[in-house]
Design a protein around this ligand. Structure first.
Ligand code: GFB
Length: 312
């Protein structure tokens, strides 16, 4: 991508989009196209087509989505499936109609079957039933992968898809009802510490395992792929992760230590555990020459520092 190439980052205010924006700005890209959700409703096909017609970006990072943790996914199922299908279908089709050179579509590790053999390889897609708590989101993300694949096959487009593991980092969502586990634990331990509360509640049993990738590492991987590889090199999609996971209850202890909280941890078993384990096989992305750099300890420290500075 030339430094003056016109690059559209869909979802630039979100966790992933803002990390992509940081990375591209750091690399000296000056012609970055960003639109707030108030200015452009990506669920409206006519608005999206008019935007692409008018702006004609050369490259697109499709990081816009309705996202959330296990409770949000399990509560707003219709919104998660509708919004995410519309966003992906509108952007991918408008990219084709306006001649976008290359698009990178952000997926999620929840596309895989609940009980896929671990670590999960890319070829496990659609080999079993999905985790019910995030089936709507997963179906929408699978549809986006297939849209890219079939546009590439029929129209000769060059649309890549990446499947990151659970992400965290600066500018995450720290709302306790809709967030993912890591930002939720940072907020819970921090608030309990400053309010001198005797305990923090952990949802579920704490027994599931999760893999966590620091979001700036994901942005680095997306930039790496967009720069060096085409659809013909990587196929339908590629997993992006660290290759290591941690039990939720041990994650809680790690965040507790980072925040220096002294109180108790109590389990709320009325909340769902979700998938027992979803460790990604990252041999494909590693073979392409990319590996994650940020350790979980370091990433949590950086995220907590940013959280305190931002006064989130
Ligand atoms: O991060 P999380 O909400 O999403 O939950 P998933 C991960 C695990 O952490 C679950 C537990 O077992 C939760 O029960 N957990 C413990 C908590 N305490 C908390 C808490 O305070 N808040 C939250 N949120 N969880 C998501 C999908 O699944 O993974 C999304 O729902 C997306 O669609 C994302 O795919 C990557 O990892 O279970």
């Amino acid at each position: 991508m030339n430094r003056d190439a016109k690059i559209y980052i869909a979802g630039h205010r979100g966790l992933v989009g803002s990390a992509l924006l940081r990375r591209l700005q750091d690399q000296g890209y000056t012609n970055l196209l960003i639109k707030g959700s108030k200015e452009l409703d990506l669920r409206r096909q006519v608005e999206v087509e008019a935007f692409f017609e008018q702006e004609r970006p050369e490259y697109v990072f499709l990081a816009a989505a309705k996202v959330g943790g296990i409770l949000a996914n399990n509560t707003y199922k219709a919104e998660f499936i509708y919004d995410n299908i519309m966003i992906a279908a509108n952007i991918i089709n408008a990219a084709y109609r306006s001649g976008v050179k290359k698009l990178l579509n952000l997926g999620s590790s929840c596309i895989y079957p609940k009980f896929a053999p671990q670590p999960i390889k890319e070829d496990q897609l659609l080999t079993g039933l999905l985790e019910p708590t995030n089936e709507p989101y997963a179906i929408a993300k699978i549809a986006a992968i297939k849209l890219c694949r079939y546009y590439n096959e029929q129209y000769g487009t060059n649309y890549l898809s990446v499947m990151p593991t659970n992400l965290y980092g600066p500018n995450d969502n720290f709302n306790l009802e809709t967030s993912h586990v890591l930002p939720a634990l940072i907020r819970k331990f921090h608030d309990a510490k400053i309010s001198n509360r005797s305990s923090v509640t952990l949802w579920g049993s704490g027994e599931p395992f999760r893999e966590f990738l620091y979001v700036d590492d994901l942005a680095d991987a997306c930039f790496f792929l967009m720069e060096r590889y085409d659809y013909k090199d990587i196929g339908d999609f590629v997993n992006i992760g660290t290759g290591r996971d941690i039990r939720i209850k041990d994650l809680a202890l790690l965040v507790k230590k980072t925040v220096s909280y002294e109180g108790e941890i109590i389990n709320d078993r009325t909340k769902p555990d979700g998938t027992p384990k979803k460790l990604l096989d990252v041999s494909k992305i590693n073979a392409l020459g990319w590996t994650a750099k940020t350790s979980l300890e370091e990433g949590i420290k950086k995220t907590y520092d940013h959280f305190r500075r931002a006064g989130a």
